[in-house]
Design a protein around this ligand. Structure first.
Ligand code: GLN
Length: 196
């Protein structure tokens, strides 16, 4: 089995404007990675990987836009370095065409529907199947918290996470977008494959 030791990437940033960023910092710590909260665009210069956490995409989007070029700087960061987006993070990385509140960064060739499983009360946890040529098939735990659904994805996008025959995670080049939260269960595998 291939082992995914995260050695190459020195410092990983976690966008820390709103949402579940603390758990991601803890996962990175667990993996022996040095990590850093990112609150301003100038801090992107210091990191070689970024996590956009779950939370509320409209709020994260509004906070990003307090700084004029933050969104644009993340987009240009994505040309060189991997980004992992969970839930609201995926929403922000996707292509959103008709959402009046959130304009996405258009980093992933993926269309999502926000809040597709219903409201907070409809949130749930489940086993998610991970399948890809580059690792052994496995199940991990994840929570779907007012989660989006992946409606469609482009040809260069590889689905690798599945729940009840639906795609809930994709890889696209060096980036990963997932609709669920693995960090709540201390699941580290997705962080490992994204930043190895
Ligand atoms: N429903 C939220 C949104 O649209 C996402 C929820 C989450 O990140 N867990 O931003």
């Amino acid at each position: 089995m291939k082992s995914f030791l995260i050695e190459e990437i020195k410092l990983i940033g976690v966008l820390a404007l709103q949402g579940n960023f603390q758990s991601h910092l803890e996962i990175l710590n667990q993996l022996g990675k040095t990590s850093k909260e990112i609150k301003f665009s100038k801090e992107l210069d210091q990191i070689e990987g970024l996590i956009i956490p779950g939370g509320e995409s409209t709020t994260i989007y509004n906070l990003l836009n307090r700084e004029k070029n933050f969104a644009r700087e993340i987009k240009s960061f994505s040309r060189s370095f991997p980004i992992l987006g969970t839930c609201a993070g995926l929403i922000l990385m996707s292509k959103i065409e008709d959402d009046k509140i959130v304009k996405s960064l258009n980093i992933l060739d993926v269309l999502v529907e926000r809040n597709a499983y219903g409201r907070q009360i409809n949130s749930f946890s489940a086993s998610i199947q991970l399948k890809n040529d580059s690792f052994d098939e496995r199940l991990i735990q994840g929570s779907f918290i007012r989660a989006p659904k992946i409606i469609s994805y482009g040809e260069d996008t590889e689905p690798f996470a599945f729940f009840q025959n639906e795609v809930v995670g994709i890889k696209s080049g060096k980036h990963i977008g997932i609709t669920f939260h693995p960090e709540i269960f201390q699941e580290t595998f997705i962080h490992e494959i994204c930043f190895s």
